[in-house]
Design a binder for this molecule. Structure first.
Ligand SMILES: *[C@@H]1O[C@H](CO)[C@@H](O)[C@H](O)[C@H]1NC(C)=O
Ligand SMILES: *[C@@H]1O[C@H](CO)[C@@H](O)[C@H](O)[C@H]1NC(C)=O
Ligand SMILES: *[C@@H]1O[C@H](CO)[C@@H](O)[C@H](O)[C@H]1NC(C)=O
Ligand SMILES: *[C@@H]1O[C@H](CO)[C@@H](O)[C@H](O)[C@H]1NC(C)=O
Ligand SMILES: *[C@@H]1O[C@H](CO)[C@@H](O)[C@H](O)[C@H]1NC(C)=O
Length: 491
């Protein structure tokens, strides 16, 4: 016991000596700057990098062609004779999608898995003589190919007689949540909305539900109007605010409250929580499959991409399986077109061949925070940082074409959001002429130039306002052959 302080002292001394030696041998290595709170969690960062994720609305509505089932549907109508969840997963993978979310139960109350708490489920359908489990087949197919899964369990249940009896129904809901969270392995996202029967005095125990979710699965992201991990963007059109902060005041949010939609759309530069937005939109008109509908045009999907992923959000794109139990070929083809288009636009970065310089750089030349970091393949943890003392408030980074002129119509900017979202205002110049300006950047900001293709040799991006110092992790100059500004209305 008496020896312990002595041993500690020696260890400290040795550590201190080796630290001092390391410094004198290597000079003082510049450290990363302090983060600006609030910061994303590990799971939020992983979610944000997925960029596009898939929603699948499937259930009795698929067979009745309703968007909102009544709860009185006969389970026997659910019979997707050709159900092949491998086909769903292939379609997602071909589109570069790494997370798929299935409606385990929609408002009609019909369960796609054989819940032991109700018989209003696949158990009473003709599909596989009532022995099937869509959730299991979905999870198995996805996990076998390395695709992550999530589920939606509708709080509103128009079938369940306990609905409207607050305690009994909350216990029922929680029981089903526990089935889904314990029997199907790890889920990456769980989706909640606040729809309810407004004539009944119904309260959902979100606090208890969310606590239970986190208890059972620690790496899951909970989506709702109010997070706690991912927030709704405030509309179902796939359009984030042109200003879109991942930060927001969670205490100002409540679930199912229409008066907060504007706040959800733009977030809050002074927000106390990191709670990035997800933009849910369907590839067709409806969320469920309807024979008469067809998928949106490629140009529309690209516009949605720019307005969601290009504004610091994740795009949750719904692709509904049909009555056969397959994703329609037209939709699968459109998804592939979208992926090909995005690859065409973004696989070539004209900035990579440029020489790059900046207003200043932390730690000086070779300090590890130079502007060349915006051209490497890491879009998160290597970044350009200006020097601390630089209070000029005119931070800029400049790309100069080495071989004649640059031709592009898209500018991509990404922040090192791992250290907090910071940029409040920025401007883009080509050969001294302003071609675009904007506010927030976040994980990714895409500018499709309103004037179309520009040609020039020097591109300068000015960060004119930020919380603390701006940290830019990636910049791209791209040519989008699908962008014809005359024909497309920019919202
Ligand atoms: C709400 O509940 C009442 C009472 O159960 C029911 O009559 C009514 O149809 C329900 N409304 C909706 C939209 O489900
Ligand atoms: C509605 O439910 C709340 C919470 O259980 C309860 O306090 C309140 O009395 C109920 N109101 C009516 C009109 O039933
Ligand atoms: C809805 O949001 C507004 C604005 O934040 C707030 O004043 C109101 O209390 C909220 N309503 C409910 C039912 O939470
Ligand atoms: C959010 O919270 C911060 C810190 O409390 C506060 O400064 C800011 O005004 C709040 N934002 C809104 C819109 O109330
Ligand atoms: C569902 O989609 C698959 C794949 O395109 C197709 O073979 C099948 O005929 C479709 N079923 C219906 C009912 O349209």
């Amino acid at each position: 016991m008496v020896k312990l302080p002595h041993a500690l002292f020696l260890t400290t001394l040795v550590l201190h000596l080796s630290f001092t030696l390391a410094i004198s041998a290597r000079g003082r290595v510049p450290t990363p700057p302090l983060p600006i709170l609030p910061l994303p969690s590990y799971s939020q960062l992983k979610w944000q990098q997925r960029e596009i994720i898939m929603f699948l609305h499937f259930g009795v509505n698929t067979f009745t062609s309703y968007e909102r089932g009544t709860g009185h549907e006969d389970p026997a109508i659910f019979n997707p004779v050709g159900l092949d969840t491998n086909q769903w997963v292939s379609a997602a993978m071909d589109a570069g999608i790494s997370l798929m979310i299935l409606t385990a139960k929609h408002h009609d109350g019909f369960c796609l898995w054989p819940s032991k708490y109700t018989d209003h489920s696949v158990e009473r359908s003709h599909w596989k003589d009532g022995k099937g489990d869509v959730v299991q087949e979905f999870v198995d197919a996805a996990k076998a190919r390395g695709v992550d899964v999530g589920l939606y369990l509708s709080p509103w249940d128009r079938h369940e007689p306990r609905y409207g009896h607050i305690l009994e129904y909350n216990e029922y809901y929680l029981a089903q949540l526990q089935e889904l969270l314990t029997n199907y392995g790890s889920l990456r996202e769980i989706w909640f909305d606040g729809f309810k029967n407004s004539t009944l005095n119904m309260t959902y125990y979100f606090t208890e539900w969310f606590s239970m979710v986190k208890e059972l699965q620690s790496s899951i992201n909970i989506f709702s109007d109010a997070g706690p991990d991912v927030r709704w963007v405030g509309n179902e059109d796939g359009i984030a605010g042109t200003t879109c902060w991942a930060t927001i005041n969670r205490t100002s949010l409540s679930i199912g409250n229409a008066s907060i939609e504007g706040y959800l759309n733009v977030g809050d530069p002074r927000g106390t929580h990191y709670l990035p937005a997800e933009c849910d939109v369907t590839i067709r008109d409806g969320w469920f499959w309807h024979k008469s509908e067809s998928p949106k045009k490629l140009s529309k999907l690209l516009q949605i991409y720019y307005n969601s992923v290009g504004r610091n959000c994740v795009l949750l794109l719904n692709v509904p399986p049909n009555t056969t139990g397959l994703l329609p070929e037209t939709d699968v083809r459109r998804l592939k077109e979208l992926r090909n288009a995005l690859d065409t636009i973004f696989s070539v970065n004209l900035a990579e061949k440029c020489s790059v310089k900046a207003s200043s750089q932390r730690g000086g030349k070779d300090g590890g925070f130079g502007p060349e970091n915006v051209l490497d393949s890491d879009h998160l943890w290597t970044y350009w940082a200006p020097v601390d003392e630089d209070d000029a408030q005119d931070h800029w980074i400049e790309m100069r074409g080495t071989n004649g002129g640059l031709r592009f119509n898209v500018v991509r900017i990404q922040e090192a959001v791992g250290l907090g979202q910071r940029i409040k205002r920025h401007e883009i110049y080509v050969d001294g002429k302003k071609v675009a300006q904007g506010t927030t950047v976040g994980h990714k900001r895409l500018h499709r130039l309103k004037g179309g293709v520009v040609q020039g040799s020097v591109v300068r991006i000015r960060i004119t306002e930020s919380k603390g110092l701006p940290l830019v992790s990636s910049i791209g100059l791209h040519l989008d052959p699908f962008w014809q500004p005359k024909d497309v209305k920019v919202p």
